[in-house]
Design a protein around this ligand. Structure first.
Ligand SMILES: Cc1cc2nc3c(=O)[nH]c(=O)nc-3n(C[C@H](O)[C@H](O)[C@H](O)COP(=O)(O)O)c2cc1C
Length: 180
């Protein structure tokens, strides 16, 4: 099982990226996980697609095709999703051969500084999942609040949250196997 990890925050010290690294490590014990770089993608423009798509669209579509399932790691921005993730969903939905997401298992893990753990960003993303037919893991729900308080002085995720992320990642692998 190859699982693609998509991180909605593009900043270098992103907490969501650090959480994705924890998920990657545990999934790689028996399966495969990679963080898919989406930082180079321009905003989707239909004028740059079609018979001769721009090279970034071709590149990310080929990359996405390598994976059986996906976990999206999102911050909450102004009570909604991270636009970089919506953008890659849009680009992936318009491959010349069709919608790349169709029928693939997916999960959303959200982490934000606020007390709701990015719930609204998390759910906004799921709205698009319905249309592109990503088959979404409903439980466990992964919302990580006050994420800036959850790393120790060496930059490691604190034990309780780390275990939660690891268990949720393993639950997703089981879900993805069942729905592939
Ligand atoms: C434009 C912007 C909007 C934000 N809106 C929210 C928000 O709605 N809810 C929230 O909990 N945090 C919000 N934050 C704070 C983020 O939770 C915080 O920056 C977090 O570290 C982002 O995730 P990252 O560490 O993966 O980059 C916002 C941050 C930015 C830059």
């Amino acid at each position: 099982m190859k699982i693609g990890l998509l991180v909605g925050s593009l900043r270098k010290e992103s907490f969501n990226k650090k959480i994705a690294e924890v998920a990657k490590k545990v999934i790689n014990q028996g399966n495969q996980a990679e963080i898919i770089d989406i930082s180079y993608l321009p905003f989707y423009n239909q004028d740059d697609d079609g018979a001769k798509p721009r090279e970034e669209y071709v590149k990310i579509r080929e990359e996405l095709k390598k994976y059986d399932a996906y976990i999206f790691f999102t911050p909450e921005y102004n009570r909604s999703l991270a636009p970089s993730l919506k953008n890659v969903i849009d680009i992936g939905s318009r491959d010349p051969k069709g919608n790349l997401w169709d029928g693939k298992p997916a999960a959303v893990f959200s982490a934000s500084m606020g007390q709701s753990g990015g719930t609204m960003g998390n759910h906004a993303l799921r709205q698009s999942f319905i249309y592109v037919n990503l088959i979404t893991m409903n439980q466990p729900e992964v919302y990580i609040p006050a994420v800036h308080t959850l790393f120790d002085k060496d930059g490691n995720l604190v034990k309780g949250t780390k275990t939660f992320v690891e268990d949720s990642s393993k639950a997703f692998v089981d879900f993805a196997k069942k729905h592939s």
